[in-house]
Each structure stands twice: as C-alpha cells, then as structure tokens.
Design a protein around this ligand. Structure first.
Ligand SMILES: Cc1ncc(COP(=O)(O)O)c(C=O)c1O
Length: 388
C-alpha cells in the first residue's frame, strides 16, 4: 500500500514526542513530563459559554474567518494588550489552534525548495510542516549563553535569495526563553530591510514570569505588513482540546490563508469560538492564578535539576518548559530520554527533536504538572544518573 502514498506524506515525520508518549502508555505508572499542555481544567465560565452556544443553536458552520463577534473581541485585545491595530474584517483569521495557523502560513508562502529559517532549538512541528511543503530548512542557533537568543548578525547572515520566511517564537517552546523588546526591534530592522516575511509565534504570550512583559513585533508599524502573528487560546486559558487560535497578517496573506482554512476545516468549531469569545471578555483571574502556579513550579524544577551533578538548567522566563543541558552526562538525548523513561519511569522529550545541534544534549521537561510529580520525577532521575 505504501506505493500509493504521496511524496509529501512520506517525507512528513510524525511528532517525535508521540513515540515517547506511546512507549509511556505501554509501560504504565510513569510521570509524564513530555506533554505540551496545561494540566489545569478550562475555567468554568468558558465551559458555560459553550453550553449556552449549543442551547442557542450556534451549532452550524461559521464564516471561514470566524464569527464577527470573536474577531471584534480579538481586535480589541490586540489593541489593548499587544499594541497592534488590526481590521477585524480583513486582517484576522480564526483557526483550529495555533498549529493550524502555522500550517496555513507555511502553505501560502513556501514552495518546494524555498528556504525557511528556523531556530535550533524550535517547536518540532515547524520542521514537520516545513518538510510537508518541501521547504529547505536553514537553522539559526539560539545561544544558551545569551539566554537562548539568536545572534543578530548570525540571523541576518542566514538570509539568502531563496529565503521566504523566518520563524521566531516567544515565549519559546522548548526553552522558555523570551525575546525582549530591544532584540525584537533589531530583528524588525532586518525584516524591514530584507525581502523576507517573519512568522511570530506568540501562543505562550500570557505565560510569562518575573514581571516581564510580552512584546509583539507586529506592534512596530514599519514591519506590521511583513509579520504574520500566531496566537492561541490553548495555553492561556487551558483550552488545548477546544482547538481555537488566530492569525493576524496583511489582507493579502489572510485572503490566501482563508482558502487553506476553507479547504481543510471550513472554519473553527462554532461552539469553541463562542467559548473563546467568553475567554476574552470574561474575568482574567484564572489566567493569573495559573501563571502564578507555573512560576512556583518553574522555581522548584530549576532548583531541583540544578542539584543534579552534571546538569545545567537555564531559568525560563515564560511558557511551561525547562530545557536542561545534560550533555556532561550524555550527549545523546534520544538514548538518555529512553533510559530515563525505562529506568526512572519519567517521560521527557529528547532535545534533538527540537534542533540537531543546540537541542542535542538537552531534555525538554514540562512543568505543567503537579509540584509532587515534579519533586518525585527529579528524585527518580537523580537516582539513576550515576548509572549513566
Ligand atoms: C510554539 C507553539 N506554537 C503553537 C502551538 C500550537 O498550539 P495550539 O494549536 O494548541 O494552539 C504549540 C503547541 O504546543 C507550540 O508549542
């Protein structure tokens, strides 16, 4: 049957994380630190809004770009929180999560052979979608000693005549690093001068610590037209299963991305869109509470990991991942993660999945789980490290 499969399906890898999840499920009795989603439940008022939408019969297809009320609310939020002025009619597209927005953006911009600049490390799905569309991946390292940030000169040197798209993510999966305003303004300068588009993935915008402020590069009017910004309800409101996100871009890009949404899902779920509307309009206390708890866990896991001899753990400023460097213990993150899974019954993700050079030697550990799980997981890892 394999001979029937298209080349692009064959070359598209399945998420490397899934392999570890599947093995974990087979083993049973494991602590799962591989998951990229909040462990909290969706706040009740959001669920109520979904029930009300069903009761009112809002159970049909919506406009491709999303219900007008949600787009209006998104435009208000973008103005107030991100400093970005957008036209809700022509510059916003509601999608089935941020993933779908990334998929749509890559599909409208990249032809086979076009170059895309991805950071090493970066969210692994960018690599999969880039491969799906046949783009050539050019890696730009994030430097751990710079706080997992790119060197500006190096980033610019990666741009060639074939580069169409640069992808940046802040707060970042898998490192938890954030790109500050000063750096993003320097990057904006490059984008303005050069013939490239930037995709700014901001799905973790609200999960940010130490009083830091998230900065959206599209708020700079000089580059707004060349930036595609991706947002989501998944992480901010613990709504991963609802599948709602949105993308903002210039009307030409949105017009083309609408076609991708139309031919793949028609629209995001009507019920989930009403839930997302409630999330934006309702009280934001639950977001603050979740972030407070993530920050506590961040401090806990960083300090516990740094007690393991040979492990260096960078302190993330956002998202809910740590990306400790285990290279003194093992340079092969795939075998290391498998060993930790088999012996310590703790599921982590090998860093190499997020980047071949910088990512290697690291593990991604999610702290979207209870404090008890985190303490116990590190205790188990510490116990087996001497065997390595
Ligand atoms: C960096 C990044 N972008 C986008 C997404 C997509 O999330 P969703 O499709 O649930 O909005 C994820 C999910 O893990 C992510 O880590």
């Amino acid at each position: 049957m394999e001979n029937f499969i298209s080349k692009r399906a064959v070359r598209t890898p399945l998420s490397g994380i899934k392999k570890f999840s599947e093995r974990a499920l087979a083993l049973g009795n494991v602590i799962r630190l591989e998951l990229g989603e909040p462990d909290f439940d969706t706040p009740d008022f959001i669920k109520e809004a979904a029930k009300e939408a069903m009761d009112k019969g809002y159970t049909h297809y919506t406009a491709i770009a999303g219900i007008p009320e949600l787009r209006e609310a998104i435009a208000e939020k973008l103005m107030e929180e991100n400093g970005i002025e957008v036209n809700p009619e022509s510059e916003i597209l509601v999608t089935c999560g941020g993933y779908h927005a990334v998929f749509a953006a890559f599909n409208i911009l990249l032809d086979p052979g076009d170059e895309i600049i991805l950071t090493d490390p970066a969210w692994s799905a960018y690599f999969s979608v880039a491969k799906f569309v046949g783009a050539k991946i050019v890696y730009c390292p994030l430097h751990e000693d710079l706080g997992f940030k790119p060197d500006i000169g190096e980033l610019e040197s990666k741009i060639s005549d074939r580069t169409k798209l640069i992808v940046l993510n802040t707060p970042q999966n898998p490192t938890g690093a954030i790109l500050d305003r000063k750096l993003l303004e320097e990057i904006a300068d490059i984008i303005r001068k050069r013939d490239v588009i930037l995709l700014s993935d901001e799905v973790y915008e609200k999960i940010i610590f130490d009083g830091e402020k998230h900065f959206s590069i599209a708020s700079n009017p000089d580059v707004k037209d060349k930036v595609i910004s991706v947002f989501s309800f998944s992480k901010s409101y613990a709504m991963t299963g609802w599948r709602v996100g949105y993308v903002i871009a210039n009307p030409i890009f949105i017009g083309h991305m609408r076609k991708i949404v139309s031919i793949s899902t028609v629209c995001a779920s009507s019920i989930a869109q009403y839930a997302a509307l409630a999330a934006l309009k309702g009280p934001q206390d639950s977001v603050k509470e979740m972030v407070r708890e993530y920050e506590y866990r961040r401090d806990l896991i960083v300090s516990e990991l740094n007690k393991i001899s040979g492990v260096k753990c960078f302190k993330p400023r956002g998202a809910f991942y740590v990306f400790p460097d285990f290279s003194e213990i093992s340079k092969d993150s795939m075998s290391l993660a498998m060993h930790i899974l088999e012996k310590a019954r703790v599921v982590t993700v090998p860093g190499v999945i997020f980047g071949p050079k910088v990512g290697e030697g690291h593990l991604r550990i999610s702290f979207a789980t209870s404090r008890e799980n985190l303490r116990e997981a590190v205790r188990r890892i510490r116990e087996i490290v001497p065997e390595l």
